[in-house]
Write a protein of this length. Structure first.
Length: 382
């Protein structure tokens, strides 16, 4: 992957929220009372359902955090319809007034997906923080984050160290520990909508997808992160040898359900995660019927993958990744480059990242990609 002079990947950064896309309000005539609706602006409310994901049955604001204006106003309450588990396709509604940038504008976003393996490698938290800072993504998808049942909340701990905020969905129970997926974005950006949906059938663990609509400033995007089951058809579960062996391929069936959740996107949509299946598998074929595999695309006549050897997993089979099972999938955007870190990548302040030598912070490698989003493909804010 090409590097800039400062050593960082040569990926464009998105415009800061609202830069170049918001006009200054006209001066208010003296003696005339300002319209409170106009003063608040358009599209700030939290919608009742996120496109493509089930509305959560819990508040968006984690315990102990200051509620957002949308939460205080009661709009989030209308969103969280307890028991209403309707699934709505991503991005089918027309954009609302004021929710997109001018037609001639576009913005860019850098996205990372990373299975962090519960931070079980020594000092992996600090090294993962350095790695994420090095690539400086605006969206981070995480798999295998542990929840607070063991006094750790890894997603929020990483977010705090990075100056980011997190939304999680923890479904996998490992003894007293809950584990699952997370989306991280910088604090300067906004979660407009968040949802959590189960993926069935159950394989060796309960699986789920956390989705969100995020305001990047110049565009809104729909996001989702999932971790499909690793159980092959007819195999038993390594975590529970007594678990009944079935003929079902759990990952394949979960991919089909993910397709029903996402639908046919009509706006900028990004889904990432550890899908536990290689390219060409039945699961991969299902995933690429409704989204595009970033690694396989081209930009300006060249392959977008300009860094790394594509393999994201396989350390346990000999110390060198031998499988590509972690993906960034997208629609209604243009991928410009993609990267899987080389085996010898040096994270600033750290040693060479070689998991075989016990220093790489996970048994997976991250996938990082940059995309251009046309203003016309901004997602509805409400």
């Amino acid at each position: 992957m090409r590097r800039a002079a400062n050593g960082r990947p040569d990926c464009p950064s998105p415009a800061p929220p609202g830069s170049g896309n918001v006009r200054s309000p006209p001066a208010r005539p003296k003696g005339r009372r300002e319209d409170p609706v106009r003063r608040r602006g358009v599209g700030r409310g939290v919608a009742g359902r996120i496109g493509g994901m089930t509305a959560p049955a819990r508040p968006l604001t984690p315990p102990g955090r200051t509620p957002t204006r949308a939460t205080r106003s009661g709009q989030a309450g209308r969103m969280l319809r307890r028991g209403a588990l309707a699934v709505v396709a991503l991005g089918l509604a027309a954009p609302t007034v004021g929710s997109v940038a001018p037609a001639s504008a576009s913005t860019s976003v850098r996205v990372m997906t990373f299975n962090i393996a519960q931070l079980r490698v020594e000092d992996s938290r600090d090294r993962i923080v350095r790695l994420i800072r090095f690539y400086d993504p605006q969206v981070v998808f995480l798999n295998e984050v542990d929840g607070p049942n063991d006094q750790r909340n890894q997603a929020h701990s990483l977010a705090a160290a990075l100056g980011m905020q997190a939304q999680t969905y923890l479904t996998e129970r490992h003894g007293s520990v809950l584990r699952g997926n997370a989306i991280l974005i910088p604090k300067r950006l906004r979660f407009l909508r968040v949802s959590r949906s189960r993926l069935t059938p159950n394989g060796c663990y309960l699986r789920g997808v956390v989705g969100a609509t995020v305001d990047l400033g110049a565009a809104n995007v729909n996001l989702g992160v999932a971790h499909l089951d690793g159980k092959e058809a007819g195999a038993s579960c390594s975590n529970d040898p007594g678990y009944p062996v079935t003929s079902a391929d759990a990952a394949l069936e979960q991919a089909k359900q993910l397709r029903r959740i996402v639908g046919n996107p009509s706006c900028a949509t990004f889904v990432g995660g550890d899908m536990n299946r290689v390219p060409g598998s039945s699961t991969h074929r299902v995933l690429t019927t409704f989204l595009k595999d970033t690694w396989l695309q081209r930009f300006d006549g060249r392959p977008v993958h300009r860094g790394g050897n594509q393999y994201t997993y396989g350390w346990a089979t000999g110390g060198t990744p031998a499988k590509r099972i972690d993906y960034l999938l997208y629609d209604n955007a243009t991928p410009m480059n993609a990267d899987v870190p080389d085996d010898g990548l040096r994270v600033p302040g750290g040693e060479p990242d070689d998991y075989g030598a016990g220093t790489f912070p996970s048994d997976h490698k991250p996938v990082i990609a940059s995309y251009r989003i046309p203003a016309a493909r901004s997602c509805p804010a409400g």
